[in-house]
Ligand binder design. Structure first.
Ligand code: NAP
Length: 240
């Protein structure tokens, strides 16, 4: 039987762990530990980094793992590359599980930005923008003191500049997002193209005629990549 190490932090990782546990499959989940978890994963779970690709390779060998699945968030920029290098060093099969990105619908006004810095630079002077970009994005917008910015995050970032107002918590329904955007008199929505269910903000922006600065995903290493849990499960089932 294979023993999978899942690099988690997404709903897909959680669903995969649940399915593997239900099938009696051995495995372990590893989380960075940036945010408190709402509920435990169905497989044994540990928290904290490995200390780069070398640390991860050593952990894979010491733990007797037989495969590695990177199911980190599509905007986790380093871990997929460290996973690829670590799996190569340990001589193990490796794959990535990354949900499909959002695609624009008729009526959407999306402006593509290759990263957070370019999105920050693309805001016109005096913009009132909602940043659905998470706690780690503060630095990119810190210099835009000419704008009124509203940041949604799960955890409060340290040292928030005065021109950025924090909205702590989860996204709302489409009606809630629309009411919030109207109350804030927004001119722009800024978001990462994370994909997944939290697209009500995009529908709200479309209905309000708000332009969306859509940040593209960081690149993934070459190799097997799945967009859904079922495909990843099939890969696990076919492992030697
Ligand atoms: P990152 O840039 O890819 O990783 C930075 C460092 O965090 C890695 O070098 C690694 O440290 C550690 N790390 C990341 N994921 C880990 C995991 N699953 N288990 C153990 N260590 C991990 O990632 P990030 O953008 O800082 O995101 C951190 C975590 O938050 C990810 O697991 C991701 O799934 C989750 N997340 C990220 C976003 C986002 O927008 N970036 C959004 C939602 C959730 P070592 O080198 O010490 O191993």
């Amino acid at each position: 039987m294979s023993k999978l190490l899942i690099l988690g932090g997404t709903s897909e990782a959680r669903a995969l762990a649940r399915a593997l546990a239900a099938a009696g499959q051995g495995g372990e989940v590893r989380l960075a530990g940036r945010v408190p978890q709402a509920a435990p994963y169905a497989l044994p779970t540990r928290t904290g980094g490995f200390g780069g690709a070398a640390g991860l390779a050593a952990y894979l060998r010491a733990g007797g793992f037989t495969a590695l699945l990177d199911a980190t968030h599509p905007f986790a920029a380093q871990m997929p590359w460290q996973a690829a290098e670590a799996a190569t060093r340990a001589g193990l099969p490796r794959a990535h599980l990354k949900r499909a990105p959002w695609a624009p619908a008729p009526g959407d006004d999306w402006r593509d930005c290759s990263d957070l810095a370019r999105a920050a630079a693309a805001l016109p002077p005096g913009a009132r923008a909602f940043l659905a970009t998470g706690a780690g994005s503060v630095a990119a917008f810190a210099g835009r003191r000419d704008c009124a910015l509203h940041l949604r995050a799960m955890v409060a970032p340290p040292d928030l500049p005065a021109h950025i107002t924090l909205h702590l918590g989860q996204p709302g329904t489409e009606a809630e997002e629309r009411a919030l955007f109207q109350r804030l008199s927004l001119t722009h929505l800024v978001t990462k193209n994370s994909g997944g269910p939290a697209r009500d903000k995009l529908t709200a922006a479309r209905r309000l005629g708000l332009p969306v600065l859509m940040i593209a995903r960081p690149p993934l290493p070459e190799g097997q990549s799945f967009a859904d849990v079922a495909s990843a499960l099939a890969w696990v089932a076919a492992l030697p």
